[in-house]
Design a protein around this ligand. Structure first.
Ligand SMILES: Cc1ncc(COP(=O)(O)O)c(C=O)c1O
Length: 371
C-alpha cells in the first residue's frame, strides 16, 4: 500500500494525547461497559447535539438495526430498498422477516414512495427506508402511506448523522431511526451505532433489549441480545463530538471543490443533494452517464490504477445477492432505477483531511480518463 494511495474515506483521528484523559477516567472508574459514565455522557451529549428526544447507544449499527426491528415486534414482510449496504436487508432476515424490495427514485436514489405502495400486501408490517448518502427520504409521503396502511416505519439513518430536513433533525421521523458510528462514518465510536426513539418508554424497551432483555436480577422480559456499547467506544465518541462541526465543515469544502472541479466534465453528474437543510457530506456520489467516454467500472479501474480507490456504493444491488435474488420482488424488471444507479454510481474520496492536492489528483484523473 503506497503512501500516495487515496482511499474513499479515512477516519479522523484526534491527537492521541487528547484521548488519554478519557482512558484515565475509565481506568479510575474500573467500569468498562454496561452503561458506565462515558456511556451516560455520550447519550446525553448526542441527544442534545442531534436534537432528538431519546437515544440508545449500541456496539455497532447492524445490531442496532436488528434490535430496532425486534422491539417493534414486526411480522411478515417489510418493504425496503435494494440500493443500500447489505446490513439493511440482513437485519430483516435476522428477525425472520421477508424483505420486499421497492424501486428507488431515479434522482434521489432513495426508496420511491409510489413504488412502496405497489408492494403492500396483507402480510406487510413495516417500511425500512434508508436516507441514502445522507439525503433525506421523502419522509412525509412515506409517513402518509404508513398511516393509511397501519405500517411501522424504521429509517436506516446510518449515513444521516446531523442531517436536518424541512422540520429539524431527520432522525425524528418514523417510529425509530438507526445510526451507524462505524470508523468510516461522519461520526465514529470505532464501531458503534444507536437507535433514536420518540419517548422514554420506548428507550427503556430498547435499552433492555440490548442487555439480554434483563429487567432486574430475577426478571427477563424479552429475547434480548448483547448490543451494548463499551466505555472506550463511548469515550472515543465524546472526543469526536468535540470536533464534529469542524469535520463536517471540512467535508463541505471538499464537496464544493468537487462541484466546481467536475462541473465541466460531460457525463459526470454528482448525485444531487435533496431535501437537506443541513447536509453532512458523508459521501460524494457521482453518476457516470453514457455520455462519458467509458463506463463506471472502467473509470473505477482506471482510478484504481492511479492509486485512487473510489467505491461502487451500492453495487451489486442487495436484491441481486444469492440469498435474496429469488424473491419475487428482486426481479430486475421491477427495479429499473436501482439497476441504473447500481451500474452508474461511483463514490469519490471525501473526508475532512483530504488535501486540495489529493483532491486535484482525483479530478485530474477523471478529466484524463474522460478525454
Ligand atoms: C446504510 C447502512 N446500514 C447499515 C450499516 C451498518 O452499520 P455498522 O457497520 O455500524 O454495523 C451501514 C454501514 O456500515 C450502512 O451504510
Amino acid at each position: 500500500m503506497s503512501s500516495s494511495n487515496i482511499f474513499v474515506t479515512r477516519p479522523s483521528l484526534p491527537p492521541l494525547a487528547e484521548f488519554v484523559p478519557y482512558l484515565e477516567r475509565i481506568w479510575d472508574s474500573g467500569i468498562l461497559t454496561n452503561g458506565g459514565q462515558m456511556h451516560r455522557e455520550l447519550e446525553t451529549a448526542l441527544a442534545a447535539h442531534l436534537r432528538v428526544p431519546q437515544i440508545s447507544l449500541f456496539g455497532n449499527g447492524t445490531i442496532a438495526l436488528v434490535a430496532a426491528l425486534k422491539v417493534l415486534e414486526l411480522e411478515g414482510e417489510v418493504i425496503t430498498t435494494p440500493f443500500s449496504f447489505v446490513a439493511t436487508t440482513h437485519a430483516l432476515k435476522w428477525n425472520g422477516l421477508e424483505p420486499a424490495f421497492a424501486d428507488i427514485d431515479p434522482v434521489t436514489l432513495n426508496i420511491d414512495p409510489a413504488r412502496i405502495e405497489e408492494r403492500i400486501t396483507e402480510r406487510t408490517s413495516a417500511i425500512l427506508a434508508v436516507h441514502c448518502y445522507g439525503n433525506p427520504c421523502d419522509v412525509d409521503a412515506i409517513e402518509a402511506i404508513a398511516r393509511r396502511h397501519g405500517l411501522k416505519v424504521i429509517y436506516d439513518a446510518a449515513h444521516a448523522f446531523g442531517v436536518d430536513c424541512h422540520c429539524g433533525s431527520v432522525l425524528t421521523h418514523g417510529d425509530l431511526s438507526v445510526l451507524s458510528f462505524h470508523a468510516t462514518k461522519v461520526f465514529s465510536t470505532l464501531e458503534g451505532g444507536a437507535i433514536v426513539a420518540p419517548d422514554a418508554e420506548m428507550k427503556g424497551r430498547i435499552d433492555r433489549s440490548k442487555n439480554f432483555g434483563i429487567v432486574s436480577e430475577t426478571e427477563v422480559e424479552s429475547v434480548g441480545i448483547n448490543g451494548k456499547m463499551n466505555e472506550v467506544q463511548a469515550a472515543f465518541g465524546l472526543l469526536q463530538l468535540r470536533r464534529i462541526d469542524a469535520a463536517i465543515a471540512a467535508r463541505a469544502r471538499v464537496a464544493a471543490r468537487y462541484d466546481a472541479g467536475l462541473a465541466g466534465i460531460a457525463g459526470i453528474e454528482p448525485v444531487p443533494s435533496s431535501g437537506q437543510i443541513r447536509a453532512n457530506h458523508a459521501y460524494y456520489p457521482v453518476r457516470v452517464r453514457p455520455s462519458f467516454p467509458v463506463d463506471r467500472d472502467t473509470l473505477y479501474e482506471a482510478l484504481k490504477a492511479r492509486g485512487i480507490f473510489s467505491r461502487r456504493y451500492f453495487y451489486p444491488l442487495i436484491s441481486d445477492l444469492p440469498m435474496y435474488r429469488d424473491l419475487p420482488s428482486a426481479d430486475p424488471a421491477g427495479l429499473p432505477a436501482a439497476r441504473a444507479a447500481g451500474a452508474e454510481v461511483l463514490c469519490l474520496p471525501i473526508y475532512p483531511d483530504l488535501s486540495e492536492a489529493e483532491q486535484d489528483r482525483v479530478i485530474e484523473a477523471i478529466t484524463e480518463v474522460g478525454r
